[in-house]
Design a protein around this ligand. Structure first.
Ligand code: G6P
Ligand code: MG
Length: 215
């Protein structure tokens, strides 16, 4: 089946915001009195803010009230936003814009499929919003990855079927979501973590339109 649309996760695929999420969660962990490692952070990739907080608290062995949770999530997001506002367009991951341009030249649509509620802000800061035909983010979905909702909505809004779309993901939960939605998936990261993807590459310097067409 010909590919007519590509759906991109944001954090860790288009831009390396994953490191800022990590630093903000680590700071929250430290404030709550425990260490939060990079390995622990793998479990938060692609996971919504509140669910991430639950996982963080589980790692720290802490139970807090709903009210305290809301306050902690707000605090984490404020720290995260401080990092985001300092981001420069050169933090777009290598090869991404080149790949977007190849898609445009081939009339392949581009969608965003991110769990982040900050997605549009980040696209604005990086000045790349105009590349996207469709944006689905954490404000428009009710079910989190590995539920396929974010990608299914992306395909629908592009007017395409799942079989016509390819998803790009750096998170295990995201790859699962793509597969649950019946879509082909390119994993961005490590083979061991993303083994369910159809192909895994380290980034867009290793992937071009010819590779896409060969999927
Ligand atoms: C993405 C990231 C997660 C993050 C989630 C929510 O999926 O991979 O690490 O927790 O978005 O982001 P937000 O910006 O809404 O807190
Ligand atoms: Mg991601």
């Amino acid at each position: 089946m010909d590919i007519k649309g590509c759906i991109f996760d944001l954090d860790g695929v288009v831009v390396d915001t994953a490191k800022y999420h990590y630093l903000a969660w680590k700071k929250l962990g430290a404030e709550l009195g425990f260490d939060f490692t990079e390995q622990d952070n793998e479990r938060l990739k692609g996971v919504s803010r509140m669910r991430s907080l639950d996982i963080l608290l589980e790692i720290g062995g802490l139970t807090i009230s709903q009210e305290e949770k809301e306050a902690a999530a707000t605090k984490k997001n404020e720290w995260y936003l401080e990092f985001i506002h300092q981001m420069q367009p050169d933090e777009i991951l290598p090869g991404v814009l080149d790949f977007f341009n190849q898609l445009k030249e081939n009339n392949i649509k581009i969608a965003l499929g991110s769990a982040s509620k900050n997605a549009v802000l980040i696209l604005d800061i990086l000045k790349i919003k105009d590349y996207f035909d469709v944006i689905v983010d954490g404000n428009s979905v009710s079910k989190a990855k590995p539920d396929p909702e974010v990608f299914t909505q992306g395909a629908e809004k592009m007017g395409l079927t799942a079989a016509e779309c390819v998803v790009f993901e750096d998170a295990e939960a995201g790859v699962e979501a793509a597969k649950n939605g019946g879509m082909r998936c390119v994993g961005i990261g490590e083979q061991e973590v993303l083994s369910q993807a159809d192909v895994v590459v380290s980034g867009f310097t290793e992937f071009n339109i010819e590779n896409l067409k060969a999927l």
